[in-house]
Design a protein around this ligand. Structure first.
Ligand code: SF4
Length: 291
């Protein structure tokens, strides 16, 4: 017997909401177990399908608090650049959807406590750290399926950890950034299949149809620096080859690629805004002084 209630989507794809619902309570790895123990939020991607997709490393303290990607300091820098480039259609997500961090300790090895601004209770303070490869691997079926469902025109990898995981090889991000590459993700995780009875179905005997090599989908991929790295290295650096300028140039390239796709798809010119790096830098600095 086969599942004879065909759920055939036009493109054979489930919705992003369905994917989120499948993973929201996940505790497959230690990051999820910690998230549940501290009542932190799962941080799924958000934004517009068929646009520019940004993939970072993982949520930080602000993202875990609000359940939204890129809402902390580095997110503010990224969003300032996107606003300057007039990019309204984008999607943001991360390699892992639960915060990767470890308790901060004092020189004696004792956990440092901080007062929770909401509960006013003392709690262990955590510092962010890159997710271990085993956690990235655990979360990769969600990421690959998220990419497939978003179906972006171009993907921007933010930081070495995200770029190495997506390119599946070691890179020197300060040399490789800005180059256009391709990445492959398993496609059609729930690709409709013709059942022996001649009907279309996404499952056979209630088992989802597995991705195959033949179903790989390729996407344009531009590696770049993580905004947190720019903030760490010093946003004040205004050298022509400064990390800020490199990030801005790489994101501008991705936006130009997307706009050129739109021009073909829409059959009409798309206004492309590209202010100078100095103007964008000044607007970012001014926005941080307002806060
Ligand atoms: S990081 Fe991913 S795999 Fe790990 S618990 Fe969270 S959702 Fe699950």
């Amino acid at each position: 017997m086969v599942d004879d209630a065909p759920k055939v989507f036009p493109e054979g794809r489930k919705s992003l909401e369905e994917l989120r619902a499948e993973w929201v309570a996940c505790d497959k790895c230690d990051l999820g177990k910690r998230r549940i123990s501290v009542d932190g939020q799962f941080v799924f991607g958000t934004g517009t399908r068929r646009s520019v997709m940004f993939i970072g490393e993982g949520p930080g303290v602000e993202e875990e608090k609000y359940g939204q990607p890129f809402v902390g300091r580095s997110g503010h820098l990224l969003r300032t650049i996107l606003k300057a480039l007039n990019l309204k259609d984008f999607y943001m997500t991360n390699l892992v959807t639960c915060r990767s961090c470890s308790p901060r300790v004092d020189p004696q090895g004792q956990p440092i406590l901080r007062k929770n601004p909401v509960t006013k209770q003392n709690e262990v303070a955590y510092q962010d750290e890159p997710p271990l490869p085993k956690y990235i691997t655990e979360c990769s079926p969600r990421l690959y399926e998220e990419i497939y469902l978003v179906d972006p025109i171009v993907i921007v990898g933010l930081g070495a950890t995200a770029c190495e995981a997506l390119l599946q090889r070691a890179i020197t991000i300060t040399r490789t950034h800005g180059e256009t590459r391709q990445i492959a993700v398993p496609g059609a995780v729930h690709r409709p299949q013709l059942t022996p009875g001649g009907k279309w179905a996404r499952t056979i005997k209630k088992v989802p149809i597995a991705p195959t090599e033949q179903n790989q989908v390729f996407y344009f991929f531009i590696p770049t620096l993580h905004p947190a790295y720019i903030l760490h290295k010093g946003i004040q650096d205004r050298d022509a080859r400064s990390p800020f300028n490199q990030l801005y140039a790489d994101i501008s390239k991705a936006v130009q690629t997307y706009n050129s796709y739109l021009e073909v798809a829409l059959g009409q010119p798309v206004a492309h805004t590209m202010p100078s790096d100095d103007a964008v830098w000044e607007s970012y600095i001014a926005s941080t002084q307002e806060d």
